[in-house]
Ligand binder design. Structure first.
Ligand code: NAP
Length: 310
């Protein structure tokens, strides 16, 4: 318990991720005081109404005063500005972490502001939904999901151990890798799928020969599975694209090549190529289920009246 218990936690940003952490901390009794800060007074008032913490402080600097653990949960493009704002108020020995979906850029933005004696350990919980704001969070969000820590060289072992223990107490499994590798892995498993989803939903919306009502009416044939990703927060995803540019462009180039290969196979009626690819990809779905990262129920476990795929 001593490893995971903090006297004072400060949560800077209280949207989907920040409020899920707040709920889990409260449910599991992992802190004495939970000070919450958000950019807007409206969101902060909502957090108070939802009873997510014990103190509600508009100024991020004031909220981190005396905190043993500071967790920054804002769009990645805002992390440098927040780090600069809180830096003068951080307690020596405090652990500062974040939850941003890109890591190289967050380190570049935040590290220069971190005072000596503060343990800055970037992190990224691989858990989320397409919803945002303090109402969207839930205590079980991190249950069984991975949290990746990307410690910088020379990180204090004890601080890292405490942060990892904290994430485990929230229900996560914890992995460690460097920021550059994280950004490559996430470009393929998360960033590219979201970009493809935004693109395909945009294309369907633009089609002149198919009406919008037909797109909606027949969406259970596959289209709707992309719309969940494409309904994700526009600010968050704008920032992810701008802050993991190199890795995303590399993955997009590979994706375009593979798509051209598929296009050629369809054009030339190469059924064998298509069948082989579709067989290989089906096995990946089975591996995800075996790894406990999704349900084996057909159609993601949706009730039958939610429609079947074609
Ligand atoms: P969210 O629900 O939209 O909440 C964002 C929070 O950040 C709010 O408290 C908001 O404050 C604040 N904020 C927004 N813009 C800001 C700015 N320019 N400066 C300072 N504060 C600002 O977002 P979220 O989904 O929790 O995402 C937070 C972080 O977690 C992002 O870095 C994201 O990459 C990462 N992440 C997200 C997911 C996911 O699935 N959503 C999963 C893993 C990691 P106000 O409301 O007061 O303006």
């Amino acid at each position: 318990m001593t490893d995971v218990y903090f006297d004072r936690i400060a949560l800077i940003g209280i949207g989907l991720i920040g409020s899920s952490i707040a709920r889990a901390v409260k449910a599991k009794g992992l802190a004495g005081t939970v000070a919450i800060s958000s950019r807007s007074r409206e969101t902060l008032a909502r957090a108070r109404k939802l009873d997510l913490g014990t103190e509600y402080i508009h100024e991020a600097g004031k909220a981190v005063e005396g905190a043993d653990l500071v967790i920054i949960s804002v769009p990645v493009g805002a992390s440098g500005k927040v780090a600069e704002e809180i830096a003068p108020y951080l307690k020596p020995g405090a652990i500062v972490t974040d939850v941003g979906s890109t890591k190289g850029s967050v380190v570049a933005q935040m590290l220069p502001h971190m005072p000596k004696g503060v343990h800055f350990i970037p992190g990224h919980p691989i858990a989320g939904t397409e919803h945002s704001g303090p109402d969207a969070g839930f205590a079980e969000l991190f249950q069984g999901r991975w949290c990746i820590l990307t410690p910088i060289q020379g990180t204090d072992k004890d601080a890292k151990h405490r942060l990892a223990a904290f994430w485990r107490a929230l229900g996560s499994r914890v992995d460690e890798m460097d920021a550059e590798h994280h950004d490559k892995v996430l470009a393929i498993v998360s960033h590219l799928p979201h970009i493809i989803a935004y693109n395909i939903v945009g294309t369907a919306d633009d089609l002149e020969t198919v009406t919008e009502s037909e797109v909606i009416k027949y969406s259970a044939s596959g289209f709707r599975d992309f719309t969940r990703l494409a309904a994700s927060d526009p600010t968050m995803w704008r920032d992810v694209c701008l802050h993991n540019k190199d890795a995303i462009l590399e993955m997009l180039a590979r994706f375009s090549e593979d798509l051209a290969y598929l296009q050629r196979a369809i054009r030339w009626g190469d059924g064998e190529k298509l069948f082989n690819l579709f067989t290989r990809t089906r096995a990946i779905r089975r591996s995800i289920i075996d790894a406990g990262q999704d349900t084996s129920a057909p159609n993601f476990g949706r009730p039958l009246d939610a429609g079947q795929e074609d």
